[in-house]
Design a protein. Structure first.
Length: 517
């Protein structure tokens, strides 16, 4: 019998699918028609299926012939991760089999939890190895980035696992073209196979990685750009591959905050944007005159919103001003106020290896410049997860009251900054904003009448409410939308990037997605 939900083959007398758990139809023993699970009579021939007397009990249906499963194979780009538990053979020789089973089970559970958080799909458990896909079944624009972030998180998550033994993993990640979706095997062993060299290379790179590290191939390195810090391992030997493979070890996230800066591969001429640039400059001039401004840019991904803001920032380098930048990410939509925290940590000069006392000293030094009250210092320190003691007590407040006072403290910091110089605030990728940051943004817009220019860009449907709130209390400008370039302007941009011999790229539609990053 074939499961109607996942098309897996199951035994003819099964009530539920052994692959997805869905309820299976009831086959009529008379006509073999598939009926709903709770049917009392066959919908096709009227045969009694349940509640029968002993003399009318339906005979056991003969085994249904196995049907070829539907194939949904497709050719697509996939980022594949392979992670493996270090010294698992030694663990097997040292531990009781039941203890080893519990240990491996905890390890598998931690891997699954971490991978799901980043949108990955656990394709297969192979003992102490795990095969993971990013880009299948669901594809995302930044699957390579998701995979690397998941790999780094996985290394930490497994190391922190409370187990009888200290555990570490090695991770290999490769992006490449595969054919995915063909069903192979039968029954419980059935799975959708991925065909191509990408999974094999990911498994080989895993063997190159040091315990507790992540190694990626050139294809993944190209897609993640400057989002991470890397160590070039050069060309490494990979079993089964005729030539050495270039590899990098990922050290961690880079110091670059802006995804635009981290991912852009080079500057192209700015064309067709004179109207938008003039608007930005005009609004900045008004802001310098203590006339608060909010500018909201909307447009399709890749149309050039970040490039416009970068042009304004470059133009303002010669002018005295304070620049505050906040970057939202799809990976932290559940982390309240994370961009605010990162901006404060960077402004205070926090160092990753620094202890709490050192961070406290840096924070107090920064806040001294803005004459911050002791209560505000305590609230901002709590926002940055710094520990409190008798010398630095945290006010006893309800969660809601503490949030309100923290927002007020942040507003006072902004007001103090504007007394010295005009302030340019940049909010990037606002369509990924978390609820708490959105609330703070709306509050800031209300208070911006005599403060800085603010630049927001994102999708219109996610920002409409924010714009309406801001327009009640200050001058909120929204251009008619950052549109695609005219064909002649698109040719000028693409002409700086494409090589001789592919002139047809522009005619083929590239003018709808300008290379402005």
């Amino acid at each position: 019998m074939e499961c109607p939900s996942c098309h897996a083959d199951t035994l003819s007398d099964s009530r539920f699918c052994i692959e997805c758990g869905a309820a299976l139809p009831v086959l009529c023993p008379s006509c073999n028609h598939a009926n709903p699970e709770r049917a009392k009579f066959c919908a096709k021939c009227g045969y009694r299926l349940s509640g029968t007397s002993p003399d009318t009990v339906a005979p056991v249906a003969p085994p249904a012939p196995l049907k070829p499963a539907h194939s949904f194979a497709e050719r697509r780009q996939l980022t594949v991760m392979f992670c493996d538990l270090v010294v698992s053979t030694e663990l097997a020789s040292r531990l009781d089999p039941e203890d080893l089973r519990d240990l491996i089970g905890s390890y598998h559970e931690r891997v699954t939890e971490t991978v799901i958080c980043f949108g990955g799909y656990v394709a297969k458990y192979m003992g102490d190895g795990v095969l993971i896909y990013f880009g299948y079944p669901a594809a995302h624009e930044e699957d390579a980035e998701r995979a690397v972030r998941a790999g780094l998180a996985l290394v930490d998550a497994v190391a922190q696992l409370q187990a009888s033994e200290s555990l570490r993993v090695r991770v290999g990640i490769v992006t490449g073209l595969v054919v995915v979706g063909d069903l192979v095997g039968l029954g419980a062993a059935q799975e959708r196979a991925v065909v191509g060299e990408t999974p094999n290379l990911a498994a080989r790179l895993q063997t190159v990685a040091e315990p507790g590290s992540v190694v990626i191939a050139a294809s993944t390195r190209h897609l993640t750009g400057g989002l991470f810090e890397y160590e070039d391992l050069g060309a490494v030997e990979a079993k089964g591959f005729s030539e050495p493979v270039r590899a990098w070890r990922v050290r961690g996230e880079s110091a670059l905050d802006s995804r635009y800066e981290a991912l852009r591969s080079g500057e192209t001429p700015l064309v067709g944007r004179a109207e938008e640039i003039e608007l930005l400059q005009r609004r900045w001039r008004r802001a310098k005159s203590a006339e608060g401004q909010v500018v909201l840019f909307v447009g399709e991904p890749g149309v050039g919103k970040s490039r416009l803001i970068a042009e304004l920032q470059d133009a303002l380098k010669v002018e005295p001003h304070v620049r505050l930048r906040y970057f939202y990410s799809p990976h932290y939509v559940d982390s309240a106020l994370r961009p605010i925290v990162l901006q404060l940590e960077k402004a205070a000069g926090f160092r990753p290896s620094e202890g709490p006392e050192g961070k406290w000293a840096r924070l107090e030094a920064m806040l001294t410049l803005t004459a911050t009250s002791d209560e505000d210092v305590a609230l901002l320190a709590d926002l940055l997860s710094l520990p409190h003691d008798d010398r630095r007590p945290l006010p006893d407040l309800t969660p809601q009251r503490k949030k309100e006072k923290t927002f007020t403290a942040l507003m006072r910091q902004l007001e103090q900054l504007t007394r010295e110089q005009p302030v340019l605030m940049v909010f990037e990728d606002v369509h990924w904003i978390d609820p708490s940051s959105r609330e703070l943004l709306e509050l800031t817009i209300e208070r911006v009448q005599h403060l800085p220019v603010r630049l927001c860009h994102g999708k219109p449907n996610r920002l409409a409410e924010t714009r309406q709130e801001g327009s009640r209390s200050c001058r909120c400008s929204r251009p008619p939308g950052v549109k695609c370039l005219a064909p002649e302007d698109a040719e000028r941009v693409t002409g700086c990037q494409v090589t001789l011999g592919v002139e047809g790229v522009v005619d083929g539609g590239m003018n709808r997605q300008e290379a402005l990053r």
